[in-house]
Design a binder for this molecule. Structure first.
Ligand SMILES: [Zn+2]
Length: 329
């Protein structure tokens, strides 16, 4: 059991803790609809490719039901608001991610939390039937990841770097890297048509320096949607209110009124620019992308690095994959 040290968790060390104890398997596969963006709502729809409508297809893999929301919730919301198709996959079911409860009941609870967040952000969501803390880079899992990327017909795949601190994060990164070439090989998983064009693979940010630090290729201002991201994260009560695996009785709101107050407190904490360290850390990149004036004033940002595997986009192509970053003024 360990205190979460995802980048965002580090920023909100007092508020955010993740990952705990449990055993029963559970699975969910649902697609949520944002108020502004029509997306499929049936369980089966999340497994299908989005329509061929010329919009981008993005699939992000996080190890636990909160990782994608933390690292890419704002960017997903911006993509979805332009009609692009975003899917978040949690590669484990989160069934040990609480100090007090565990197993199937926790997996179900955490799945409902990310489904509620998805309704706000506008993404599809899927939680895989793999125990929290037990993800391994097996051939079976490589096939699962490959099929998921192919079925989504992804243009962009996002995952943690494979040198992350948590084994589930690390092996999520490894499995996505292991799939990065195989998604194009027709006789690997021949039951699922291979992709003709290799997607662009991106990394979420982290603070680890060895063997090499995270270096962003694209930094996205999420100021326009930070309130929606905060609202989405406030749905993930088991982690951000109750403290996940590192919580305790003192973190449990005693009644509904106190719960609402804690959720409001959490949202305000997210909106506080004091916590918006990514924008400051990558200010130069923001100015390069948004221009001096706009770049200087960005408060909340999310950042991504291009992986060396998969398609290597030119700077122009990268901009096309991020139409949510306006042209420099
Ligand atoms: Zn995690």
């Amino acid at each position: 059991m360990s205190r979460a040290r995802c980048y965002a968790c580090g920023v909100f060390a007092g508020l955010m803790l993740a990952c705990a104890l449990g055993s029963v398997r559970w699975v969910s596969d649902r697609t949520a609809a944002a108020s502004a963006v029509p997306v499929p709502t049936s369980a089966a729809a999340a497994e299908q490719a989005p329509p061929d409508d010329g919009k981008l297809r993005i699939i992000a893999f996080g190890a636990h039901p909160d990782d994608c929301e933390l690292e890419a919730g704002g960017t997903a919301c911006l993509w979805a608001s332009q009609g692009h198709h975003v899917k978040f996959v949690s590669t484990t079911n989160g069934d040990i991610g609480h100090w007090q409860m565990a197993g199937g009941a926790l997996a179900q609870r955490r799945t409902k939390e990310v489904e509620a967040a998805a309704k706000i952000l506008g993404n599809a969501v899927q939680v895989l039937d793999i125990h929290d803390g037990e993800l391994e880079p097996t051939l079976e899992n490589r096939r699962t990841f490959t099929r998921l990327i192919r079925r989504w017909k992804a243009d962009i795949v996002i995952a943690p770097r494979p040198n992350d601190y948590h084994p589930d994060h690390r092996y999520t990164g490894v499995l996505v890297q292991d799939s990065a070439y195989m998604v194009t090989v027709p006789f690997f998983c021949p039951d699922t048509p291979a992709l003709k064009k290799n997607p662009v693979f991106l990394y979420f940010p982290d603070g680890f320096q060895k063997p090499n630090p995270f270096r962003p290729d694209i930094v996205v201002s999420i100021d326009a949607v930070i309130e929606r991201k905060a609202e989405a994260l406030a749905q993930i009560v088991s982690q951000f209110i109750e403290g996940g695996c590192g919580g305790g009785p003192e973190r449990m709101p005693r009644d509904e009124a106190r719960m609402k107050a804690r959720q409001e407190q959490l949202k305000q904490a997210w909106l506080n620019p004091r916590h918006a360290t990514l924008a400051d850390r990558y200010r130069d990149k923001l100015i390069e992308l948004y221009g001096e004036e706009a770049g200087k004033h960005v408060r909340h940002a999310e950042a991504f690095e291009v992986c060396e595997y998969g398609r290597r986009p030119s700077p122009e192509e990268l901009r096309k994959l991020f139409p949510i970053v306006p042209q420099k003024r």
